[in-house]
Design a protein around this ligand. Structure first.
Ligand code: FE
Length: 187
């Protein structure tokens, strides 16, 4: 494991060992993540490979107690997520390229409604999501001609969490994302 990632894991583990509340996790964990993505010289190439058809979620590390997981999110040119939620806190640190995150809320019929303007993340910047802050968004690569990469940290083993995708017509689809580089056992 590369030194900056190893230091991040150690620091975040020490933070979570103190059982902080969520605002403190997001503030202090966000500062640690900002430090990690302040330089772009540590991510191994195997965690930076785009897939030609869809974005990739590559697991970098999962805490043994599943208090957090760290994912390399690799965007091919023009790739985007559906509108989705997380159900746990999440921190998104931009490492390379740029991405847009459009927040949504659900109306009374369950249809997603865009809230405000998309937020553009540039290298070194960190954004937070959580059920307390606003948990539903759609994200896309800001570039149509190159790869972008963000490092995501979630308050669970996110690849195993049952969560939702929301269609424009208000239908909600349950999903478990898994990881592109790890096959989970069928539970
Ligand atoms: Fe997300």
């Amino acid at each position: 494991m590369t030194a900056p990632l190893s230091e991040f894991i150690t620091s975040l583990t020490m933070l979570l060992d103190r059982c902080p509340d969520e605002p403190r996790i997001l503030a202090e964990g966000g500062a640690l993540l900002a430090k990690l993505v302040a330089r772009d010289d540590w991510l191994p190439d195997t965690y930076a490979q785009p897939h030609p058809q869809h974005y990739q979620q590559l697991l970098l590390h999962c805490d043994p107690a599943e208090r957090f997981s760290i994912v390399s999110f690799v965007w091919g040119p023009g790739q985007r997520t559906p509108i989705h939620d997380h159900t746990v806190w999440g921190l998104i640190g931009m490492l390379r390229g740029a991405e847009y995150s459009q927040p949504f809320t659900l109306d009374q019929d369950g249809r997603p409604q865009a809230q405000g303007r998309p937020v553009r993340l540039e290298p070194g910047q960190v954004e937070a999501v959580s059920p307390a802050l606003g948990d539903t968004h759609r994200v896309h690569n800001a570039y149509d001609d190159r790869v972008s990469i963000s490092i995501h940290v979630y308050g669970a083993n996110i690849g195993a969490v049952r969560r939702s995708v929301y269609n424009e017509d208000g239908t909600r689809i349950s999903f478990i994302s898994g990881y592109a580089n790890q096959h989970l056992p069928n539970l």
